[in-house]
Ligand binder design. Structure first.
Ligand code: AMP
Ligand code: ZN
Length: 464
């Protein structure tokens, strides 16, 4: 077993990972809310989850990874305000919540597979676990931690002395703070809904001891993590946006329900920004994997880009950076291919040195960028098949398809016929030294979304 250090948001320290059961690790990750396709920011959180799992496995652990599918209860505000995202999307599109959830989940799984994210061991749906959620809510009511209002069942944050320990939020500040509006039916402004009573036209509703309704988002994760991983489990992951509301609330309700700590390590992935700002639908910059591949990049080039920034640092996405990732990944693959085809060998001590540095990097709170740096230094060694074999071991963590290397000339993307035809015309114009026509055609090709580069034997087309 290799010793791993991870940063625990709860203690604000890097800690040695000590599992509950020797040789095993249980992890729960908050999954997608399946009302619209995941954008590349969401997918950063899942690539992080995947890196964590792969590194645990590299270190020798048998990992049980659970990720829920949120198909009910996530309100527009992350708190208790606004419409349910599933209900809103269904009303707007005229589809049923089930149709939307199923189509979006399929698309999500396609992205997961394309990015080499290992599918979690279990992916329970919230709507398949309503009875379990009702049982937790009932237990919290019975023990006095929750109360009923006209609108639903609420958790009383003042009943839990540890409220705020994850994010540092202080209850007094929240009561008097100008940011939080005081809802008349809540005892404290940040009390949160465990169960919401449903209006007759609400599309997703279930019978409960409190009438027809639907679960709050936070209770889903508590009910499902306990059901699939046990009363206490090792690691809970999510994006940093979950720290102050969703995970703070999970801790409160779980510890009050169970009477003890439920999670040993909390790990959070920083945000991906776009051009230095927030990704948003209104700005049209909430890119999906499909948007990225439509511009001629491969999912592996996107994964390479993710791996270049440690998960606790913000990642600023730009198309220029995507270009750099494409070019660097291509160069790395070309180097590895040359090693693969070499008949030479490398001394074992040299290989051991790289392996040790690689392991030091990944076990230092998942420093994958540093581990990639080790690989880059390693590929500059004299060409040898041993280097390639060691890179394949590293690729258990990187998951960058080093076992599927193909020669660069066959790594061509599909070029549309009209673009290819314009490039051929341009080549003919160049052979006739008709530079004006050649420039005109270059601009035409650019307008069609492609760059054309002159080469010794003709030209090379790449997506812009
Ligand atoms: P959601 O489907 O909105 O519940 O989000 C799914 C996951 O993506 C959660 O873990 C969020 O914390 C995470 N997330 C959302 N936006 C971003 C972003 N821009 N960068 C990184 N992670 C994000
Ligand atoms: Zn969650």
């Amino acid at each position: 077993m290799i010793q791993l250090k991870i940063y625990n948001t709860l203690t604000r320290k890097k800690e040695d990972f000590a599992p509950l059961k020797a040789g095993q690790a249980g992890m729960y990750s908050c999954g997608p809310t399946v009302y619209k396709p995941a954008h590349i920011g969401n997918l950063r959180a899942y690539v992080f989850m995947d890196e964590l799992r792969r590194i645990l496995e590299y270190c020798g652990y048998r990992v049980k990874s659970v990720m829920n599918i949120t198909d009910v209860g996530h309100l527009v505000s992350d708190g208790d305000d606004g419409e349910d995202k599933m209900n809103k999307s269904a009303t707007e599109t005229g589809k049923t919540p089930l149709e939307i959830a199923s189509a979006i989940t399929d698309r999500f799984l396609n992205d997961v597979d394309a990015l080499n994210i290992k599918r979690p061991t279990l992916m329970p749906k919230a709507t398949d676990n309503i009875a379990e959620m009702i049982a937790v809510v009932q237990a919290l009511l019975d023990s006095g931690y929750a109360y009923q209002t006209d609108d639903g069942i609420y958790f009383s944050v003042e009943k839990f002395a540890g409220y705020g320990k994850l994010s540092g939020v202080k209850l007094q500040d929240q009561r008097h703070g100008a940011r939080v509006e005081v809802n008349s039916f809540k005892r404290h402004p940040i009390d949160f809904a465990l169960w919401k009573k449903a209006a007759p036209n609400h599309l997703q509703q279930w019978d409960s001891p409190w009438g027809k309704g639907f679960p709050g988002w936070h209770i889903e994760c508590t009910a499902m993590s306990k059901k699939y991983l046990g009363e206490t489990f090792d690691i809970h992951t999510g994006g940093v946006d979950h720290i102050p509301i969703h995970h703070e609330n999970e801790i409160a309700q779980a510890e009050c329900w169970l009477g003890h700590k439920a999670v040993n390590y909390w790990m959070h992935c920083e945000f991906m920004l776009i051009d230095g700002g927030k990704m948003s639908k209104s700005l049209g910059n909430d890119y999906t994997v499909a948007d990225v591949t439509a511009r001629g990049y491969t999912p592996m080039e996107l994964r390479y880009l993710y791996l270049n920034v440690q998960y606790r640092q913000k990642l600023n996405f730009t198309w220029d950076i995507m270009d750099s990732a494409k070019s660097a990944y291509g160069k790395l693959c070309a180097q590895l291919l040359a090693h693969k085809n070499s008949p030479q060998h490398t001394e074992q001590t040299v290989l051991d040195g790289y392996k040790q540095k690689f392991e030091q990097a990944i076990t230092d709170d998942l420093n994958v960028p540093l581990a990639l740096g080790v690989l880059w230094t390693m590929v500059k060694e004299p060409k040898s098949a041993d280097i390639y074999k060691l890179a394949l071991q590293f690729d258990k963590v990187f998951a960058l398809n080093f076992d599927k290397l193909i020669a660069p000339q066959t790594r061509q993307i599909q070029i549309p016929d009209d673009v290819r035809a314009a490039a051929e015309l341009r080549l003919a114009a160049r052979r006739e030294k008709n530079w004006a026509e050649s420039d005109r055609l270059r601009n035409e090709i650019l307008k069609m979304g492609y760059n054309v580069k002159d080469t010794k034997d003709g030209y090379e087309l790449t997506a812009k």
